[in-house]
Every structure is written in structure tokens, then in C-alpha cells.
Ligand binder design. Sequence first.
Ligand code: XMP
Length: 536
Amino acid sequence: MSQSSSNQIDQKVLVLDFGAQYGQLIARRVRDLHVYSELVPCDITAEELREKSPSALILSGGPASVYAEDAPSIDPAIFELGLPVLGLCYGHQIMTVTLGGEVAHSEVGEYGAAALERDRESALLNATPLEQTVWMSHRDAVSRAPEGFTVTAKTSVCPVAAMEDASRKFYSTQFHPEVQHTEHGQQILSNFLFDICGLEPNWTMENIVEEKVAEIRKTVGEDRVILALSGGVDSSVVAALGARAIGRQMTCVFINHGLLRKGEPEQVESVFTQQFDVDFIHVHAEDRYAALLDGVTDPEEKRRIIGTQFWNEFFAVATELEQDGRPVKYLAQGTIYPDIIESGARKTGGKASTIKSHHNLIPFPEGVHFDLIEPLDHFFKDEVRALGLALGLPEHIVHRQPFPGPGLAIRIIGAVSPEKLEILKEADAIVREELDAYNQRLFEQTGERNSEHAVWQYFAVLPDIKSVGVMGDERTYARPIILRAVESTDAMTADWAKLPYDVLARVSSRIVAEVPGVNRVAYDITSKPPATIEWE
Ligand code: XMP
């Protein structure tokens, strides 16, 4: 398992998570300022915190009222640890009641933009205007600051919008400096981290790479590591890191199920044989998958077959490798921070047992055992991308869009066949070429890779029907292609992309002209929900 024992991680800010909508965002913003930060559950004790030796604490917001029956509280001894503390929203209120101040129910809540007024010096609000726009989301409000605190700012409905006890380095705000709508939020966080806590901005990609490389070397020693490399962002970044750290002690197993997009297997092979020095095994399992999937129409059954066969193939390679008498001790995985959070670790207080159950989803066969190395388990997706770029991975891997494990099999409705796969690969390649170009134009215009209108995921779907058309003087009876293109941030919800007509027209005319067997293109204009992004 990865360990957090290095210099950069020694300087860290822990965010006590009171169930905030913005909890992860706080850690994100701190990291944007090049200081390592992660969430811990709000019921952590002072003793547990001391063991983690943080440099500072941030108390997040949360949906509860401090007076609600099941409202989360905080171990009061945490305020005796001698650490700087920044309380935000609920964190501001819990700090108030724990340290002897008062929070009152108020008739009018405050939601959205608010005008903050400050009439005195404050280390926290330093270098921000006396009047500024901040983002609020609360009903209760602090009515009396605890002893030792000075009130530094207010709004028209919130008498204690910011307060501080500079001698103990306790600061808090009712508003959310972490959200973008708070005009000077980053300045405020930066004041806290650098001026108040005296931290150094040394959580940079160069340091992270160095640190991760050292960590992997230390964990692995002389042992052997295996990685299931899919060609996706996360496993590719692990492969690149592993290459730098332990070179050919690591074997990357790329299982080609024949369901990847056009050109992808060749790209993965070329990057990991020519650019990185790892032991790369390309398993050609296309025929075995084709035989297993022959005639299978049920989407869940397809998924099950593909997933099970994947591990069969993988463990067969692992067993084969060990024939030389050198056991494979570690399995490297591209688990990232949101995977751990989403697996429910937070709900049970971040205990290791739940984190493990996430990994145990892998059906290890009887008698097989690997220790896990997960060098990305502290990173958000865009940090993983930045790490990939710092390691020299090509853009087409680092900015690859999400692609389902079962691949094109779940974009062919009904049974998969070589003929249908060929049609879908060709059509999909055109969709990607045209929409990559469209995104690139937007990127050049706005300078932002994820600008408002950028398309997040786009692909072709092949339904199990034929329709009549006319090409030249000939009647055709051929397949349609469905274009799916969505805007999203996390795939939980999505909207269909409002693509310009000329882009749609080009995609359509190119597919019909260039892909034999297709005579029609339709555009899926359904959001998620009620539809899903994929068709199966
Ligand atoms: P849906 O179709 O559920 O997809 O709206 C949400 C996101 O997840 C991807 N997806 C998958 N990824 N294995 C994966 O690794 C799968 O079985 C799978 N199904 C959907 C999908 O591409 C989208 O980004």
C-alpha cells in the first residue's frame, strides 16, 4: 500500500469533513496553492489527528444546524493541539459553540452572493478589499463570538461573518472562500496557508513525481510488480511512474479484448514499448472474447463475460510470469482519490476496512495473493493528468475521455460480431476526429480545456436495426449510426451537447460517405437522467 511518509506530505492541511457539499473542493483549492491537503472524517479525535501530524486544520461546512439532534460535533481537545484552525460555514459555527460563543437561529437565511464589509485589519482578509462579494449558504448565524475572538467582518444579515483569535491562530468565516463566487477566496486561503501557518508552496508536480518514485522504490524493494494496463489515464500514469521508479521490475499487462477503439491498441503498445522502459506484454485475446460474446445480447451478460475473462487472462499471465521462479509480490492499481471516497470510506469514518472492500471487488482466484500499490490514491483526476504530463505521457493518453471497461461491446446493441465492430470502429473514429477538432478550436478560443461548451464524452453507437436509404440511384438497406455527445463534469448527470449544425453535418456526411454499411446518422438528444450516457 502507498505510504504518506515523505517530506512534502509531512506538510499537510487536513480538512475535517462535516458533510459539506464543498469538502473535496476545499482540499482541491489548498492543493491548487501547492500545499498537500486531504479530507478526514469530522469525528476524528484529537489523538488520531496528532498521529497524522498535520500542519493546520480546516473545518468544512456541512448541511446541519449545530443545534440539530444529530448534528456532528468536534472533539474539543482538537483546539488544544496548538494547530492553526480555519473554520468555514458550519466549521465557523461549530468552532463558535465549542469555544463558548453562541449561534442563533435566524429568520432569514443567506444564500448566494453577499456583500461582505470589513472595518479593521485582519491577517486572514489581508490584501482583499474592505467591501467584497462572498458566497454564503446558511440559515443559523453566529450571534456572539467566543472569548478571545475579534469580529473582523459582517454582512447585512450576518453580524459575525468573519472572526479571529490571532494569538491562538484560530480563524473562521461564515462564507465559503473555496467557491469561485467568493471573489477573493484564493487570496484568503493563501493568507491562511502562507502568512498565518507559515507553510511553503512545495506540493508541485516535480516534487510529487520525485516523492512518488522514492515511495514506490522503498515499498517494492527488489520485488516484482504487475499492472493491468488498460491504456486509460489512471493505469497509464501508474505505468509511467512505475517505469521511472522500478523499470523492468514491473510488468504491464495489456489485455486486448478487441473491443477498443480504432488505433488504440497500437498507440498503447507504442507508448509503453518505445517511450517507457517497462516489461510490456500485449495479450491478444480478441478471438477468445469474440467466441465468448458470440450471440450474447443481454448487456449485463456482456459485461459479466468481459469482466470475468479479463481477470482470467490477467491471472494466466501472472502465473506464466512466475514460472521463472520469481514471484510477483505486488499488484499496482490506478485507484484515485475519488474512487476511495465514492466507495463509501467516508460514511464509515474513513476506516481502512471499507477502503479495502473497494479493492476486493477484484475476484482474486483461490490461492492468488498480491499486495496492492496504489500510488494515485491521494490524487484528483486533474492532478493525475498533470502528473501524467510531468512524466512525459502524450496528450492523447493524458486527456483521453472516459471509456467503459467493456469497450465497444456495450455500444453495439444486441450481439457483437466482427462486421459490426468494424463498422462501429470506423464511425467512432470519424466522430472522435471531428469532435476532437471542435474541442481543440474551443480550447484555442478560450484557453480552457474544459470550457463551457467543450464536449466531455463523444462516441458512436450501433443499434440493432436497418433502415432504407438511397445512394446514387440505388436503394440501400443498411445500418444507422447514433451519435452520442454529452457535456458533463462527473458522469453522474449529463446534458446532450448543443453542437453547431455544421459540426453535426460534417459528422453525418462523413460517416455515411466513408463507412460502408451505414446509410443514416441520428443524434441522441437525451440528457442523463432520464437516459444514461452509454446505451447499454
Ligand atoms: P452511464 O452510461 O452509466 O455512464 O451514464 C457513466 C460513465 O461511466 C462510463 N461507463 C463505464 N465505465 N465500465 C466502465 O469502466 C462500465 O461498465 C461502464 N459503463 C459506463 C461511461 O462511459 C460514462 O463515462
